[in-house]
Design a protein around this ligand. Structure first.
Ligand code: GTP
Ligand code: MG
Length: 213
């Protein structure tokens, strides 16, 4: 599949994401990870940034991944199989930086996410989600630095773009892209998305597919 031309990529992505997609399993700790028999793309980002919602938008399913108004909804690594036969996996993860989580719980999530991101051979790309109203925070930079040091390729994705004024969004996009360019493992392109309106979702599908080809 690696010889797919650009226009075909979106068509293949469209078919794959409208075809069979199924929840595989939840891993509360690393010993429960599935066998690494498919490439993985994982959703990382601060608590409540919109990881689970974006996974649902990407797969065009409402409730595949559970979402919530309150931070701390996703508490395990959740694996979803895309394609039948299996083509790749999407991984929804707990968020970081949730101030109200009990300290030991926050630490457990942090270790789980960091160990997975740093050590998983099957992980082809991390999507690092950033709220488009706030831009990159120091806690995101810590994760980005960890990914840079572990040479894990990642793509910065702005979320909730529908909540932002167009001019503010353009400014945050430019600032985020400037930071991405300085990062060795970051994809130079920043994707602005909205799970509500569908903005940027098709491009994100293409980017995910590109990462696993
Ligand atoms: P945790 O699992 O707790 O880390 O959160 P998460 O990053 O998975 O966020 P989740 O998808 O649960 O969304 C958090 C809240 O943001 C929910 O109330 C969503 O409805 C809302 N939300 C997510 N994406 C968007 C978006 O694109 N636009 C708008 N307006 N709201 C969104
Ligand atoms: Mg979630």
């Amino acid at each position: 599949m690696s010889d797919i031309e650009e226009p075909d990529l979106h068509e293949v992505a469209r078919k794959l994401f409208s075809g069979p997609i199924a929840f595989l399993k939840s891993a509360p700790s690393l010993q429960f990870l599935p066998d690494p028999d498919a490439s993985e793309v994982a959703f990382a980002g601060r608590s409540n940034v919109g990881k689970s919602s974006l996974l649902n938008a990407l797969t065009n399913r409402r409730d595949l991944a559970r979402t919530s108004n309150t931070p701390g909804r996703t508490q395990e690594l959740n694996f979803f199989d895309v394609g039948d036969p299996l083509r790749f996996r999407l991984v929804d993860m707990p968020g970081y930086g949730f101030a109200k989580a009990p300290k030991d719980v926050a630490r457990k999530w942090r270790y789980l996410v960091n160990d997975y991101l740093r050590g998983r051979q099957a992980l082809k790309r991390a999507l690092v989600l950033v709220d488009s109203r706030h831009g990159i925070k120091d806690i995101d930079r810590e994760v980005m630095t960890m990914l840079d040091e572990a040479a894990v390729s990642y793509h910065l994705v702005l979320t909730k773009a529908d909540k932002n004024k167009a001019s503010d969004l353009a400014q945050i996009e430019a600032e985020t892209a400037r930071e991405a360019l300085k990062r060795p493992a970051a994809h130079p392109e920043v994707l602005a998305t909205s799970s509500e309106t569908g903005l940027g979702i098709e491009r994100l599908r293409g980017a995910v597919l590109e990462a696993v080809l």
